[in-house]
Design a protein around this ligand. Sequence first.
Ligand SMILES: *Cc1c(COP(=O)(O)O)cnc(C)c1O
Ligand SMILES: [Zn+2]
Length: 481
Amino acid sequence: MVEHAKLRCIDPDCGAECGIERTTPTCPTCAGLMDVVYDWARAHASMGFSGDPMIFQDRNRGFFGAADATGAERLDASGVWRFRELLPFYGSIDNVVSVGEGRTILQPAPVIAKQLGYHASKGGGIYLQYEGMNPSGSFKDNGMTGAFTHAKMIGATRAVCASTGNTSASLAMFAAISGVEAYVLIGEGKIAFGKLAQALEYGATTLQVKGDFDACLGHVREIGEQRPELGIYLMNSVNPFRLEGQKAIMFRVLEALGWEVPDWIVVPGGNLGNCSAFAKAFMELKELSMIDRIPRLAVINAQGARTLDKVYNELGARWNGGRYDKGIVRGEYERMDAAGERASTIASAIEINRPVNLPKALRALDVMDGVVRCVDDKTIMEYKALVGRHGFGCEPASGASVAGAHMLREEGVIGAGERVVCILTGHVLKDPDVVVQYHSGIDTKAGQELAPRGEPTGQKANRPIPVADDIDAIIAALGAG
Ligand SMILES: *Cc1c(COP(=O)(O)O)cnc(C)c1O
Ligand SMILES: [Zn+2]
């Protein structure tokens, strides 16, 4: 198929390899996680790539002419595929399924930096990588373009995922534009309506399962991995082609910084695909001598879904060259089962107790000299509001990264002058209910009238002001407001 790319099991004691035409994402020998690996010299010789990152920048000319672009130029309008030499599994450009995803930017946030105790001078401080600007409103589009491209290469016509919301929104969008049948499994409990609305609108067959996200993921893995006769392609982040696309988030961060490596990457941790993809990006760039050092990583869990924080910080799980202590993880899962413990957080995108990429996340923490923290829901909402107040905007899960950047500054783990990139993973409009409740006290589940029923829940609450239908009253209120 593509001679310079193959799949390899990440467990060094297994190390099984197979061609990328494989239709199921996990290792044929041990059922563990796989990486897409490349013969870089061969790939780059065939693509005529010298390792000079300036070619990516030259392709970034905006949308002008994109509508009738043909061939390789069509890919240049994508913030993922203009870096195509760094994810060369796609074979022919005709295979690439793209909607112009990943046209996101790194935003310097000096005012926020100051509030979090950073000196925003000499390039230091807080930078926000604004992934809510993707076509479906979350970073997931970076990965989905990779997985749909692979699905096209192998001729898949049906795709499935379990989702806390954004994966299903992105899958449904890519499926609709590429003529693939979409199936999404949504667990009981929290799903943000912005995300559910997208899955329904784009026409995905949506199953509301009486079980949580972790249970749904178990079911779709069985469908995708153990029932090949159904021919349904698995789109969760256990799929290594998704992680190939998500590497591009780091390529864009580097590009925005003139290929100067920042000091820290701070990212919320849910199923742990993003942090895993980021580390793979940096490992490969280092191997290609395109960067000379690797930034540090901070993964921020929600308090109510802190499996990585627990196994890493309390139980001492470490990557250990791939021979990590599986007993620690198994023991923690058994304990959660025995206690009937379910993930629970307002940040529904990271409400996950059995992160599928946990082994790759341990590798990421090793490669990037990482740390893990968790933050509670109240804190998440305050930092989400802080981001919004400064004109950026994100959903609750993304607020965890900014909260983490503050916590680590206060602990002294991150220095005041360091350059810190926080990933804003999803758009503020994904979960309008929690935003309106935070600011106004309106119980959005109980009705839509604007009269607040309760008290605002947040310290930065910006409460709507009730006013009579009268010009003098309105002018008075403008003065008071
Ligand atoms: C999926 C998602 C996450 C979690 O990312 P992982 O790669 O699963 O760790 C965080 N924030 C948002 C908005 C998401 O959609
Ligand atoms: Zn294996």
